[in-house]
Design a protein around this ligand. Structure first.
Ligand SMILES: Nc1ncnc2c1ncn2[C@@H]1O[C@H](COP(=O)(O)OP(=O)(O)OP(=O)(O)O)[C@@H](O)[C@H]1O
Ligand SMILES: Cc1ncc(COP(=O)(O)O)c(N)n1
Length: 265
């Protein structure tokens, strides 16, 4: 039988309260009418107040999950989020290279609550070996600083960081997200050829848990449908702006975003 929906895969950690990681990714895929699959890298005990504990899945078992998926059906696109160790990254890189699947990397390092989610060796592996395998990487300002080695305060700094990503680190394209800067929420897509700048008004809220996961999941879903990266970026931006604006108001801390109400392009 031939499949009736595009398929997107997320390789990431869990958040039992559903705000970040694989659960928010699957909600975003579903909301974009894309069939979702997941391979779990770490189980976390976390909520809107912070991360209480982390259990990393043994690397062989991550390999087993990915083997189960790829032996059965090839996803049209995949993304990764929290990948706690370099060993896990090596396994994921093997699948991406073997199956040549369009791959979006959200280089998750630290939770909104300030808790570290991946170790230093993993950050080095991400910078030196993994980001080169992706169609696009989606760092926030802190992640872009860590990977590029620059301090980023202005639009000029963002341009300089993008040059490092593309010219020195060998990345195909990068979306640097301005969610953590002051003023409007401005994101930039850089490829070798051009820059696309998307801006929205900053929404005054602390309910931004999982915004980066959701944004990259929507982009991955659109790529799975065969949309261009530029078009996927626009949909991701519209979706996340609406999702933050219509917060479901869950939890006592940094709450999650809304997956119900965006039906646009
Ligand atoms: N207060 C806000 N108002 C409007 N848009 C926002 C706001 N905060 C973040 N965004 C948007 O949400 C998306 C994710 O950006 P952000 O920089 O928060 O990523 P992140 O830090 O990786 O997210 P996460 O909280 O999941 O770690 C971007 O499109 C960004 O512009
Ligand atoms: C499993 C997992 N993946 C990603 C994040 C980052 O999301 P946020 O920065 O919004 O806490 C997280 N907290 N947990």
């Amino acid at each position: 039988m031939s499949k009736k929906f595009p398929i997107a895969l997320t390789v990431a950690g869990t958040d039992p309260t559903g705000g970040a990681g694989v659960l928010t990714d699957i909600k975003a895929f579903h909301s974009r009418e894309v069939y979702g699959m997941s391979a779990v890298t770490s189980l976390t005990a976390q909520n809107t107040l912070g991360v209480q504990d982390v259990y990393n899945i043994p690397v062989d078992f991550l390999n087993a999950q990915l083997t189960s998926i790829f032996d059965d059906e090839l996803p049209d696109a995949m993304k990764s989020g929290m990948i706690a160790t370099a060993d896990m990254m090596e396994v994921i890189k093997g699948f991406v290279e073997k199956y040549r699947i369009p791959y979006v990397i959200d280089p998750v390092m630290i939770a909104t609550s300030g808790d570290n989610l991946i170790d230093d060796k993993a950050i080095d592996y991400l910078r030196d070996h993994l980001i080169q395998t992706a169609l696009c990487i989606t760092p926030n300002i802190i992640e872009a600083e860590r990977l590029s080695g620059l301090s980023i305060k202005t639009e000029e700094d963002i341009n300089r960081a993008a040059k490092i990503f593309i010219n020195d680190l060998g990345v195909q394209s990068v979306i640097i997200k301005g969610g953590h800067l002051k003023g409007d929420a401005v994101d930039y897509l850089f490829t070798k050829e051009h820059v696309q700048r998307l801006s929205s008004e900053r929404i005054d809220t602390n309910h931004t848990h999982g915004t980066g996961c959701t944004f990259s999941a929507v982009i991955t879903a659109e790529i799975a449908k065969g949309k261009s990266l530029e078009s996927a970026f626009k949909t991701g931006k519209n979706y996340i702006t609406n999702a933050i604006k219509n917060t479901p108001g869950i939890g006592k801390g940094n709450g999650p975003v809304n997956h119900f109400s965006y039906k646009g392009e």
